[in-house]
Structure formats: C-alpha cells, structure tokens
Ligand binder design. Structure first.
Ligand code: DQA
Length: 255
C-alpha cells in the first residue's frame, strides 16, 4: 500500500492513524470540542458537518473552517458531510451537498474532503479534479448501516473508488454476526495484497465490529476512528483506549 503523506502524517505506514470526529452543533461547541480533542493528540481530525446547525450557511462554514485549520496547525482536517441515507444527521438536497463540498474544496482549509461513492461516477471524477487543482485530497466513502455486503461486493466498491481517482477509499459496514467481520477483514486483506497505490480505511461498526477498528495494521486499514467528546458512529471507542491498543499491537507485531 503506497503511503500518502499529508502534512506530517504518513497514512498507510506503521500504526493506523487515529481520526477523532468533531460532532458539535454550534460554533462555540465546535471550537471548545476542538481544544478538548487536541489534548487527545489525534493524528487527524474529522469535522462531521452534518451535525452543525448552520451547515446550510456557506459563509458560516467557510469562517469556521478557517478558525479550525488555524487552531489545528499541523493536524490534517477532514471535512465530511455524511448524508442521511448513509447514516448522517441531517437531510439536505443533493444540489446543496455538491455545492457545499465544492465550496469547502475551494477554501483549501480542509486537507481532505469526504465524498460518498453513490454520488455518481461523473460527479466524483469532477470533484477529484477540482480537489487536485486546489491541493486537497479526496476520500471516497461508502457506509452500509444495515448489513455487510459480500466480499466481492466490498472489493468491487473499493476498487471503483480507486478507479475514480480517490486518494483514500473507505467503507464502513454493519456486521450481523462474527462471520460478517471476517468478510470485511478478508476483503480488506485482499485489497491490501493487490498493492494498489493508495490507502484504504475499512471498519465493521457496532460492538461486534470492534476488532476491525483495532487490527488495521495487520489487515490493511490505514486509519481508525476514535471518539473524542462524542462518537460519530456505533462501535467507536474512546480515542485514548484505541491508541493504547494500537500501540500494544504495533509493539509486538512483526511484518
Ligand atoms: O466514515 C466514517 C467512519 C465512521 O462511520 C465509523 O464507523 O467510524 C465514522 C464517521 O465519522 C466517518 O466519516
């Protein structure tokens, strides 16, 4: 897996990088939350803007992004609006979703922007080109809160993300039993062994899926989400517990 270096963070190399989500709803809450999570030493911070009360105000988004990026300094920032159909907190029109992502990319204040695979191939390719012009990286993502697709389907989605030019591919699935976790891990290791040129992030959500959030160094998931003030998905454990396990794993792990 080729490594992607964003600021000083080497994604796809060594210990999986810990991403802490910001889930505040107001400017004040978000800025306080940001200070709080900085103490947890995140490798990367994700702003889950679908939780933000003023997400439909582009000027408010731009000004908050500026404040966040100036406070985060060398910590990369991901901008994510998780759509309602993929588990997000707010429903917005598709046109606005696209306008929002475009505005964020053009501010150049987020290092990475998340776009969902089902947005459509043509649009995604346009966003990848726009991001590259602006020095921003694209995570193409997919979330299944109902089930775990078959291994071939998971691989197909991750490969499609790569073919569309995304810089990182991410899939989150919901396991119904232990076998589903093996399916997700099997798809992940299969993709890792293809040795394509960009990092993957995979996870099984909910309490059953916890092992997938801890074992990325072995199976090939380059980043893992840990909760700061509030978890952004079921199954996320506190970031400091997560880091402890990742460190123990890394200490005794030999490639
Ligand atoms: O895509 C993801 C992964 C995630 O859903 C998780 O399961 O940790 C959490 C989200 O905030 C993030 O955008």
């Amino acid at each position: 897996m080729k490594m992607l270096k964003i600021k000083d963070v080497e994604i796809g190399e060594g210990i999986p990088k810990v991403i802490i989500p910001l889930m505040g709803t107001t400017d004040q809450e978000l800025l306080e939350e940001l200070e709080e999570i900085k103490d947890l030493k995140p490798d990367i911070v994700e702003w889950r803007a679908d939780a933000y009360s003023k997400v439909e105000d582009l000027t408010a988004i731009q000004s908050l992004l500026e404040k966040m990026s100036s406070k985060l300094l060398n910590i990369p920032l991901i901008f994510t609006f998780r759509t309602h159909t993929e588990g997000g907190m707010k429903e917005i029109a598709e046109d606005y979703y696209l306008k929002l992502l475009k505005t964020v990319i053009q501010t150049k204040k987020a290092d990475l922007v998340d776009i969902e695979l089902f947005t459509g191939e043509t649009i995604i390719k346009e966003f990848v080109a726009l991001a590259e012009e602006n020095g921003v990286y694209i995570i193409i993502s997919n979330h299944d809160f109902q089930q775990t697709p078959a291994k071939d389907e998971i691989i197909y989605r991750l490969e499609t993300m790569q073919l569309l030019g995304g810089h990182i591919s991410k899939i989150a699935v919901m396991p119904k039993n232990v076998q589903d976790i093996l399916t997700l891990l099997d798809a992940t290791i299969t993709m890792k062994n293809k040795d394509r040129d960009h990092p993957l992030i995979t996870m099984a959500m909910g309490p059953l899926g916890l092992i997938s959030r801890l074992s990325g160094e072995l199976f090939g998931s380059a980043c893992t989400f840990g909760a700061g003030r509030t978890a952004s998905a079921p199954g996320q454990i506190p970031a400091d517990d997560l880091r402890n396990v990742l460190n123990i794993f890394h200490k005794y792990f030999e490639t």
